[in-house]
Design a binder for this molecule. Sequence first.
Ligand SMILES: Nc1nc2c(ncn2[C@@H]2O[C@H](COP(=O)(O)OP(=O)(O)OP(=O)(O)O)[C@@H](O)[C@H]2O)c(=O)[nH]1
Ligand SMILES: [Mg+2]
Length: 430
Amino acid sequence: MSIPSNSDIDLLLIGKTGNGKSATGNSILQRKVFVASASMESVTLKVSWDVSDHNNTIIKVVDGPGLGDTRLTTEEGLNLFMNAMEYAVMANSSGYHAFLLVVRYGGRFTQEDQDVVRLLKQIFGQDFVKNYCVLVMTFGDNFKREGEEFGFTFEQWCGQQSGVMQELIREVQGRIVLFDNVTKDPVARKRQIDDLLSKVATLKSRGQRYTDKNFERAQEARDRVRIEAKKPMIQDDTMFKISLILQRLGQIQSDFHSPSQLQDLQNLELETQKLVGNIALQDKGTGALRDISENATAIMNTVREAISVRKRLDQDRLRAQQQETDQAAQLQRQRETMQKEMEEQGASAEVVAMQNRIRELEEQMAREREERNEQVAVRQTEEQNRLADMTQKSQDCFLNIHIQVDKNLFDTIIAFTKGIFTTIASWFKK
Ligand SMILES: Nc1nc2c(ncn2[C@@H]2O[C@H](COP(=O)(O)OP(=O)(O)OP(=O)(O)O)[C@@H](O)[C@H]2O)c(=O)[nH]1
Ligand SMILES: [Mg+2]
């Protein structure tokens, strides 16, 4: 379903939930179109629109859900908001002249307000506040009362702002209007609409609407926002899988003499590869899951190192066996030659010399065997220490994953994992 595009000015209401977007929409349209209510819950959940004629200018106002406390933190809330905004942009094919960023007079501009602006920039593009936003400050009635009491005008108030509010006013280059959505005074009601339209007219992008083309450019940032909303779930899931992989690694390592050890390690490597691949797939190249990916990669590298250690040690052992076999064959040849000589010549001086040579060779072989065994043992210890070191690093890395899971569950997993590492470490020290 699309929104008809026969209007002169198209405006989209955005901002934190409860700030008065729907009430402002009604003030602009000069009739009650949108539901505005003081409910604690978000009132507007769907995008809706209407038009009105103001001094022969057809104004279209599109209202939608806002962002709030839970809307910023839950995947469901964010998706609802982002789907609505996507719809508002895609369905209104002619685009928007301005976004009305609705803030509320009174109270402080909080961290949550800042987060809302930050997120809106990710959704619509970093420049959208500068190029397309008019700041609408609602609860103008409260402002009027306080202004009269303390003797300041709206312009003076704007000039006195500091911090984030000051920055926002600067970013919209002074395009800020005060709206009293409860006034019954028809002159005041008309004046604020005129004021708003004159601010819309001063937009740098005058005439140039924000369209789906602008929106497309911010696609990557929106992907990132959606992925970040999913991140806690992905983190929990990854941690769960890592915990199981570490447990398997511990079991396989402790069974060094098992003939299937190498195969088991290779299967585990495939599992870690799948885990890393899956995270990359979900990250969609946005980098939102980089830290999770790094942790999974560290585990994969540990498993890979365990495989190459296993292979190197197997090679060492094979090489030693080969040398042993070669020397034994050489010795056997010498003995056979001596036997033949003895049969032909009896116990001659040459045979005695040969017997001495064989004895020397046997002694030399025994020495070399000892040296070889010592070398293999040293290498084995070195490799195992290195692996134990790496495993320890993986453990540290794993323990450093900051996850907001149920604390008890987290503690249980940590205790469990520490147990595994103690087992691995003690095995390596053997
Ligand atoms: N006194 C006063 N109340 C206002 C003004 N603007 C809005 N309100 C009230 O503030 C409450 C919230 O307004 P809504 O327009 O529903 O807010 P919203 O931003 O659309 O909220 P969601 O749809 O939940 O995102 C309602 O009770 C409005 O009547 C104003 O200028 N003055
Ligand atoms: Mg609303």
